[in-house]
Design a protein around this ligand. Structure first.
Ligand SMILES: [Zn+2]
Length: 166
């Protein structure tokens, strides 16, 4: 009988996304557009699989995480739920206004429109966690108890999001 708990963690040099963003602050302050080489690390907690003696298959986690990072790699990350940022799309382009004033026009294929209120690392960590959770559910992962996602935007500068699955 084991009394300890297990978790597995994955961070790889391909679990990165080089993306552009800007965030809004309280009041009327808004950053200019800039980029980061973001890096993700995921930690998954759960019971051991009775046959394989692992929490979850590393190959599968790496594969799913790589796909989630690739979806937002080399994109401008834009928040769909920020009341200060107005986003309008047409076939070719995405227009971005801040507090009603036009600010940017991007080619549509260069944008990732995200269901977040601000593209902080905290919100990106939560978003990646939610997307990973959907994928793990599809794969029938039933013994997992928690997911923790770290998103680093600079060396030594990360946000973490953790969600229990039970
Ligand atoms: Zn930034």
């Amino acid at each position: 009988m084991r009394s300890g708990e297990f978790r597995v963690s994955v961070t790889k040099d391909y679990l990165v996304f080089a993306s552009a963003h800007f965030i809004t602050f309280a009041g009327h302050r808004c950053e200019g557009l800039h980029g980061h080489n973001y890096r993700a690390r995921v930690t998954i907690e759960g019971a051991l699989d009775g046959e394989s003696w692992f929490v979850f298959d590393f190959v599968t986690i790496k594969h799913v995480m790589r796909r989630l990072c690739d979806e937002i790699d080399h994109k401008v990350l834009l928040p769909l739920e920020n009341p200060k940022i107005q986003i309008t799309e047409d076939e070719e382009s995405v227009k971005v206004a801040y507090e009603g004033k036009p600010r940017y026009v991007f080619p549509r294929s260069d944008c990732a429109l995200l269901p977040v209120p601000n593209t902080t690392v905290e919100m990106l960590a939560e978003l990646l966690t939610n997307r990973l959770r959907v994928e793990l559910d599809k794969l029938g992962a039933k013994t997992l108890t928690a997911i923790e996602m770290e998103v680093e935007e600079n060396f030594g500068q990360s946000a973490y999001y953790r969600v229990g699955l039970r």
